[in-house]
Write a protein that binds this ligand. Structure first.
Ligand code: SGN
Ligand code: CA
Length: 522
């Protein structure tokens, strides 16, 4: 056992001469890749992301960054540990993260990094984040305005006090992150900062600066806004996440948030009251009303991202002005993808493309070739191992992810994964998406909804059906592909030691109210 710390310190020593790079990890909540300009989606002309896009220009953009379990808390736990949900014990939102387990911030801190997390945490408020010299985090989801935050200023892993901030949460989080970099961190050590926004999470409340952005624009619509779910299993008919029926008055800004200061409220009303009056007069119904809701939703969503992008710009500017730019790796990522009206939806959870893929952009001056685009299947579970290698320590052998360091250097290892295992557990749960697991190889995707009453399979060929509208499971034409993927799926489950029965932590006790009536297959 003695050998391990020895190996760690030797590896760390060998790199200290080369000045180990700082790590700035920028993380957002529910930021769809379709809403990052550099991804060139159907929304590309409307994405307010010049600073985020600059990371693609100066670094590498990942076309296929797959999440393991498309939901907030579970992905944060997967990033902390580099492991799938069934192993790190955090399967669904509402679980409590076991902060005593091995995490990458703990490993980096032990190896001489100074570490901090600022912003959204969402791994339970039963204990403060562990493994950080400084943390200041939102409580649960946190509000968009005037957030109370839990501070651990001395890094003992116990929170010292709750600070009540006044202001727009995205800006507050940026101020705190900048302040830590400028004045609080130990400047004799390399740093690892997790700068984590609440935005653009539901219910998409824009900041004062952007309340009127897009007022004179009509955004393009996705092809599948009026999907009828034909060609898929029962699960798609049963969900409760449509723009048409699930969105409530708060989501649509027909009611103002209840926690604004009088000044904030004044700006809010000045922006939304006239627009809401116009809606009343228009007396819309049917598809026209859905189209209106879509515009309201995606505009607010992009308005929230505009503030995130401003924050990213301020952070990048500071790195430059402080002379830190060259020796800092900047990562931009979200906890998972999101629907911007595709299939008529918002939210995430599914193994379909929009929620399986998350944006990932990495800038590493002098190492990553500027303007690179990478198509390998990578995942947020790879970050822990990657950060260990960057910090000059040996990655623990029990991680599920692999270090992406050679990919960043432009050389994909021969034995890099060719297919990927996915597993979603949160049913019963918000939005009524059934439990499922599956395998994806970039072109084909095999999904199994495995609960007793929806025990069904889907198979998609993304080349002929990029929107995943018609499952080809069970067709003669795809029999060979289906067999291959079925074998791969079994292999992944075996290698990852996925239990046959879901672990008990996956049980969500409270069934959320249903807003939308499920439809029946025709
Ligand atoms: C809240 C949201 C849901 C969302 C979950 C999980 N409803 O319950 O729409 O799916 O969080 O989001 S809201 O009306 O409260 O906004 S997650 O980011 O925590 O996974
Ligand atoms: Ca403390």
């Amino acid at each position: 056992m003695k050998l391990i710390p020895m190996v760690l310190s030797l590896a760390a020593l060998s790199l200290s001469a080369a000045k180990r790079p700082n790590i700035l990890f920028i993380f957002t909540d529910d930021h769809a890749y379709q809403a990052v300009g550099a991804y060139n989606s159907w929304l590309k002309d409307n994405c307010p992301t010049p600073n985020i896009d600059s990371l693609a220009r100066d670094g590498m953009l990942f076309e296929q960054c797959y999440v393991t379990n498309s939901i907030c808390g579970p992905m944060r736990a997967a990033i902390q540990t580099g492991k799938y949900s069934h192993t790190n014990g955090f399967l669904v939102n509402g679980n409590k993260f076991d902060g005593t387990q091995q995490t990458f911030p703990k490993l980096l801190r032990k190896a001489g990094y100074t570490t901090a997390v600022v912003g959204k945490w969402h791994l339970g408020t039963h204990m403060s984040p562990q493994g950080y010299d400084y943390s200041e985090v939102l409580i649960g989801q946190g509000p968009y305005y005037n957030p109370p935050m839990r501070l651990d200023a001395d890094g003992d892993g116990k929170h010292d006090e709750v600070i009540k901030h006044v202001g727009y949460t995205t800006d507050v989080i940026t101020d705190l992150a900048l302040n830590w970099m400028k004045t609080r961190r130990d400047k004799d050590k390399p740093f690892m900062l997790m700068y984590q926004h609440k935005a653009p999470h539901r219910n998409w409340q824009p900041g004062p600066k952007y309340l009127n952005k897009y007022d004179d624009v009509t955004l393009p619509e996705p092809d599948t806004l009026f999907d009828d779910y034909k060609g898929r299993t029962l699960a798609a008919y049963q969900q409760d996440m449509t723009i048409a029926e699930t969105m409530n008055r708060g989501d649509l800004k027909l009611d103002a948030p209840g926690n604004l200061t009088p000044e904030q409220r004044q700006l809010w009303d000045a922006a939304y009251n006239p627009k809401n009056e116009a809606l009343k007069k228009a007396n819309l119904s049917g598809k026209n009303l859905v189209r209106w809701k879509y515009q309201r939703y995606v505009k607010d969503y992009l308005r929230c991202i505009a503030s995130v992008d401003d924050g990213v710009g301020r952070m990048l500017a500071y790195l430059k002005e402080a002379g830190l730019e060259k020796n800092t790796i900047v990562i931009y990522c979200s906890d998972q993808g999101f629907y911007l009206g595709e299939h008529g939806w918002f939210d995430k959870r599914w193994m379909y493309e929009e929620s399986l893929r998350t944006p990932l952009l990495i800038r590493w001056p002098g190492v990553i070739k500027p303007g690179s685009r990478n198509g390998d299947i990578v995942s947020p579970i790879d970050f822990a191992g990657t950060f260990c290698e960057i910090a000059g320590i040996d990655a623990p052998a029990d991680l599920h992810g692999c270090s992406m360091a050679s990919i960043l250097k432009g050389k994909t290892p021969e034995d890099w994964r060719k297919s990927f295992y996915y597993h979603y557990y949160e049913y019963p749960g918000y939005h009524w998406v059934r439990r499922h697991y599956g395998v994806a190889d970039g072109r084909y995707k095999l999904i199994r909804f495995y609960e007793k009453d929806v025990n069904q399979w889907e198979l998609f060929d993304l080349q002929s059906d990029p929107n995943e509208m018609t499952s080809v499971y069970g067709t003669a034409e795809y029999a060979v592909v289906q067999n291959r993927l079925t074998r791969q799926l079994a292999l992944h489950r075996q290698e990852l030691e996925v239990p046959k029965e879901d672990p008990p932590q996956s049980v969500v006790k409270r069934m959320p109210p249903r807003t939308r009536k499920p439809t029946a297959p025709k």
